[in-house]
Design a protein around this ligand. Sequence first.
Ligand code: UAG
Ligand code: ATP
Ligand code: API
Ligand code: MG
Length: 487
Amino acid sequence: MKLQELLKSLHPIVPFKGENPEITSIENDNRKVQKGSLFICIKGYTVDGHDFAEAAVAKGAAAILAERPLFLDVPVVLVKDTTRAMAVLADTFYEQPTKKLHLIGITGTNGKTTTSHLIEKIFADAGEKTGLIGTMYTKIADRIFETKNTTPESLTLQKNFRQMVDAGVGLAVMEVSSHALDQGRVHGCDYDVAVFTNLTQDHLDYHKTMAEYQRAKSLLFAQLGNTFDNNNKSKFAVLNADDPASDMFRRSTAAHVITYGIDEKADIQAKNIHMTPKGTNFDLVIEAVSYPIHMQFLGKFSVYNVLASIAAALVSGIGINEIIASIESVEGVAGRFELVNAGQDYTVIVDYAHTPDSLENVLKTIQHFATKRVFVVVGCGGDRDRTKRPLMARIACSLATDPILTSDNPRSEDPLAILKDMEAGVEGESYQVIPDRKAAINMAVRQASLGDVILIAGKGHETYQIIGDVVHEFDDRLVVREAIEVR
Ligand SMILES: CC(=O)N[C@H]1[C@@H](OP(=O)(O)OP(=O)(O)OC[C@H]2O[C@@H](n3ccc(=O)[nH]c3=O)[C@H](O)[C@@H]2O)O[C@H](CO)[C@@H](O)[C@@H]1O[C@H](C)C(=O)N[C@@H](C)C(=O)N[C@H](CCC(=O)O)C(=O)O
Ligand SMILES: Nc1ncnc2c1ncn2[C@@H]1O[C@H](COP(=O)(O)OP(=O)(O)OP(=O)(O)O)[C@@H](O)[C@H]1O
Ligand SMILES: N[C@H](CCC[C@H](N)C(=O)O)C(=O)O
Ligand SMILES: [Mg+2]
């Protein structure tokens, strides 16, 4: 595509003039630039992309998009906000791929990864080629890629959507983080369905207040559009009737609103929830018709994820019986309430609970079936919301008999300082502090006996531990398995 044609999509008040090279790709990382690339300079939180423009030209960049004048041998196009412009250009360059996909976005503090996997499974079982973007990976039909962020920036996102369209994908489901909404990473995404899971404390390091965090989440619903029929497709907001934040999201959107819930009246409702050691049974009630559901997950929080998935699939036109069959066949999602069985006579669960609410939910679920001691091995991530640390420690101490406070991903912080922050919430309580995560897991395994439960919380599917700048191999599931085997 020619540079001038690409730039038209920015709708400048005065048209850009000058040279008109062929643009072969768009990049915002100089290390990925090839001959003919348009290099976009982004002023980041860590470094300023403008500082890499010269290196980009040396690698063959044909043009530069910047926020300030740069004196280089290729055309330099100036805009006020390169991040915003990048979303527009990416959408144009990749030929508006989201218009060709049925796109479902999921936001909320907890449950996004789980719900996105459930939705993906329902569509796959219905015979659709699927794509998924989220915390664990990006999946494009049968190919899986590792991802750095839960929601990538606009350039990567639109490129992935284009690859999905080219691979014949019909349904794309993605997690939409509050950071992504705040930073405009999803500008240009033409969502058909937006799903809200729940809003509880997390990420206050970034958003500062819960009101700001909620405002960021509300953008997904506001950005569903203001028309009722877009190419004859209706847009839907799927909201959690039991979460007070839904009211603001309902008021933020022109889309049709479908609610799901347990306690409050909702369009899609779960009643008579009954938990067994093997799963959860409930009655799904939709417009006075009741369907018995036997799912293999545990916990009230899992019922919410299932209801949200059912709602998203229903408004997308999948039949209720197909949806139920699919949901009932799901065994679980990696690292979410994942059982580790290595022949031991006590229960071991690895779970990704890294917020106060998720830790509380998981421990309360365990309390439903635990008859003896409950060990919890838990830490808090470094360079993340500090205010959740004492809360998580308090929850661990009040809902487990044997709390062991340890490290999660300390990142650039001192692990002992993070533990001090946690301990501030549990003065006078009885707990152990073992900063080394492996030693903490070993301790739980050494002390557990017949009928006890060990919950290893916070890292779920993660296969690494970040200490300082170093990413060490670390998988809770493998570490605990080894501990059980050598005991
Ligand atoms: C605070 C934040 O959101 N940071 C994101 C941001 O990084 P940044 O602003 O520091 O980027 P930077 O390193 O300064 O780079 C600026 C520019 O220079 C370019 N550059 C940089 C180096 C170089 O050698 N050459 C070069 O061209 C970069 O490509 C970039 O265009 O842009 C990066 C690229 O998109 C993101 O990967 C990065 O996420 C970091 C890793 C992060 O930790 N983000 C977290 C807070 C986050 O976004 N989390 C949410 C999920 C949370 C949840 O729901 O639990 C998520 O969606 O992942
Ligand atoms: N609906 C829910 N409500 C509360 N807690 C939940 C819910 N679903 C899952 N959890 C808990 O939260 C943890 C994380 O779940 P999941 O990975 O699905 O959430 P997420 O929103 O994708 O998280 P992240 O923002 O880190 O990507 C689970 O391991 C479980 O402990
Ligand atoms: N997406 C979350 C993941 C947290 C996982 C936990 N293990 C940690 O490192 O804090 C975040 O970046 O805040
Ligand atoms: Mg996730």
